[in-house]
Design a protein around this ligand. Structure first.
Ligand SMILES: [Zn+2]
Length: 442
């Protein structure tokens, strides 16, 4: 049995903190995280570690790094790395102009395999260790994603996209997609740390028959996840209700097809009514808040506080490629700005909770990931400003942990993630920059 000991500051949450309430915050400025066979065995203050016989020679000293649980992305498209930051227009046009052509390239299985590897490496680069992922309509793209995740024993969720109308013909399922979905569930769901998510893109691109087939899969496999989009853009909402005139609202389209369960993650949900939010809360479904994408595509400003008041589970999604960064720190920075537009401030620790424990809780996985609780899986990220960066300068001036976290959120996307551990194994380590970033040219 080999133990690994990481020394640094540690921060994790057991409840959502806010301005007044910090009772769920677990912070040590000098502590040792002990990893045992892929799990967190303990987090002890340094003095306690030594008192219990821990030896400093055996410790990997990561100070002044801040050790956190790995970050959880509730909504991302692995097929869209190459179209991040593609200029122009709003949701429906953006899908046609950028997303669909990019997804078409995955008909080539070799491309799908390449991208799956790149995608995971990029997630780890930005400290994300769990992601609820849309692949493409091609079953081999979902296979490639799961195979790549299995190789590094990452806790990943995802699925093959279901589409059978209002999309290019070669991106549509030839049938209702049920057989392919069931075969993927058979191969991957519950295998190691992997879980399957039934993945109708959204109601517009699935016929009622396809949504019913997806609901039938959910009924047969109640422990399988469901991921889709909802109530993102006003044009999309109008088109959805026109296609499903019998539904009382957008959520009802999914609910009446058996897709509203406590395993469901609905991306966006910006324009949901009070009645829809209440129905979502009662079902135990969750919203993936995707502020970067919502700003980029001009979709709208989600009222985070309203979701919290209504008791709806919520985490953050990068929604790459509609989102402009894979980094959940950058995504949280956009979330902060969205809250500001409603005259509200999102506390930095609450934001950090949302991209760790909050996301895990939305997935029903907070007993396994998202915290540093003993027995949790050792998915960890170490934040530490790269030397010479503006972030390092700002961190130097920070006097509290909340201030430090806020600086990581706003300045840390490219310069904060020093290391990422997946199931206790180091999977990303920042390389020292070749170029000095702050050379002043005179
Ligand atoms: Zn999306």
């Amino acid at each position: 049995m080999s133990l690994e000991h990481l020394r640094g500051a540690t921060l994790s949450f057991s409840a959502r903190p806010d301005d007044e309430n910090h009772h769920g915050v677990h912070y040590f400025d000098d502590a040792v995280v002990t990893i045992d066979d892929g799990l967190i065995r303990s987090v002890l203050r340094l003095d306690q570690f030594e008192r219990e016989g821990g030896r400093l020679e055996a410790v990997d000293d990561l100070r002044p790094g801040l050790i956190l649980p790995g970050l959880v992305d509730l909504h991302v498209h692995s097929s869209q790395l190459d179209i991040i930051a593609s200029y122009g227009r709003q949701l429906m046009d953006w899908l046609a102009d950028y997303a669909f052509p990019a997804e078409r390239a995955f008909a080539d299985e070799a491309h799908a395999i390449d991208v799956a590897e790149q995608f995971l490496a990029r997630l780890f680069e930005f400290g994300t260790t769990t992601a609820m992922t849309f692949t493409t309509v091609h079953a081999h793209a979902a296979d490639a994603f799961f195979r790549a995740a299995a190789r590094v024993d990452a806790r990943m969720l995802g699925g093959k996209v279901l589409m059978d109308r209002n999309a290019p013909g070669d991106l549509c399922d030839a049938d209702d997609g049920q057989a392919a979905t069931l075969a993927l569930i058979e191969r991957w769901h519950g295998s190691g740390r992997l879980d399957y998510a039934v993945t109708p893109r959204f109601a517009i691109t699935s016929s009622p028959a396809q949504l019913a087939a997806a609901g039938d899969v959910m009924a047969r496999h109640p422990d399988v996840y469901l991921q889709t989009h909802i109530s993102e853009h006003p044009e999309e909402i109008a088109a959805t209700l026109a296609l499903y005139p019998e539904a009382s609202d957008y959520l009802d389209v999914y609910a009446r097809h058996g897709l509203l369960t406590d395993k469901a993650i609905f991306a966006h949900g910006i324009h949901l009514s009070d009645a829809e939010l209440e129905r979502m809360r009662a079902a135990g479904a969750a919203v993936a808040f995707c502020p970067s994408s919502n700003l980029f595509l001009g979709s709208g400003l989600l009222d985070l506080e309203r979701l919290e008041e209504r008791g709806v589970l919520m985490g953050l999604g990068s929604d790459v490629g509609g989102g402009t960064h894979l980094s959940l720190l950058a995504t949280a920075a956009d979330g902060y700005k969205v809250a500001q537009m409603a005259g509200k401030s999102w506390h930095p620790l609450a934001a950090l909770d949302a991209i760790t424990r909050g996301g895990a809780d939305a997935l029903g996985l907070a007993d396994r990931i998202g915290t540093l609780a003993p027995g949790s899986e050792a998915d960890l990220v170490v934040l530490d400003a790269a030397p010479g960066t503006l972030l390092a300068q700002r961190i130097e001036a920070a006097t509290t942990v909340a201030e430090r976290v806020f600086a990581y959120i706003f300045l840390g996307a490219e310069h904060a993630v020093a290391r990422t551990y997946v199931a206790g194994v180091l999977r990303h380590r920042r390389q020292p920059a070749q170029d000095r970033p702050t050379e002043v040219v005179r």
